[in-house]
Write a protein that binds this ligand. Sequence first.
Ligand code: PLP
Length: 364
Amino acid sequence: MKKYPALTVNHGLLKENMEQVISWCTEAGIDIAGVIKVTNGLASVADDYVKSGAKWIGSSRIEHLIRVKEAGIVIPKMMIRIPMISELDKLVEVCEYSLQSELSTLKELNKKAQAAGKVHNVILMADLGDLREGFIDTEEFISTAEYIEKELSFVHLAGIGTNLGCFGSVIPTKEKMNQLIEYAEAVEQAIGRKLEIISGGATSSLLPIFDGEMPDRINMLRIGSAVFTGALEDIRTSYGRKEMDALHDDSFTLEAEVIEVKVKPTYPIGELGVDAFGQTREYIDRGNRKRAILAIGRADYGDIGDILPQLEGVEVIGASGDHTILDVEDCKENIRPGDIVRFKLKYSAILYLTGSENVKIYEI
Ligand SMILES: *Cc1c(COP(=O)(O)O)cnc(C)c1O
């Protein structure tokens, strides 16, 4: 008997998405790091990336990468969140690559790598204005690169990178990519050799590829969301790129079970205070309407706007931690307790659902 809520991972669709994204990148001379953080580090998804041609597996949490290594995946693992000093032992043990932005961390990393008898590869992050991780000061960036090269024998400066479209919503334009290359050239001048990697960002950096404007020297992207949500989130939702239509938007789907169906008023009865999450809410009186309650809630998926019902005439109108309320008045099907409603999922819903211990994952 299937257990609900059920999250289905369709590996066939996922691999087709990965192959499509990798073929766009390959054509532009770019290798990809397959990022698995949104799946809570599913090793089977890392394996899909390997089979589709990714050159690295990346995640923001070392626990995910430990799982990937333990599953026998041998391509290089890359820690894509700046590591904590307290996890450097694990980092050296599990990952061949990491993104870095702090000299003190790099010095500790050098000691840990020496103790383990390994050389660890780093990509030094430049902040080009998105204002999350990375050096914002160019001189500090270059002097840190120089320091790694000259002083840290067990840390190898493999390259530099940047991240855009995460905090500051900054678009990865051709100009931003060229700026990153200028940073790389300044570092190369300082250390007297070529860098192997210039890592130009994440899914949003597909934009300059679509426009045929990606500069030659960008040779790595770290790709996550595109392969999981496809056109559904159209490169951070707002650029409207029809190229993305080539990607499936249902590689991850959710099914939840109906536990109550009743006709109820749409305006609450009584004096109004706050909802389950302490919010003051507005209600519109639409008369009596048929509603269904699902046995799943915000504790599992986060925000109601991130789950999209696939049954026509069904609207998600609200939720508490463990209940989701649907308006099914306009649905042609006669929904009853025990019925299953299916959803497509936005990025953050996949993130929460894969991490929810109440949600059973089915892989097909
Ligand atoms: C999450 C993340 C990525 C992947 O981002 P997507 O938008 O999911 O492709 C790449 N690099 C870093 C540093 C990240 O944190």
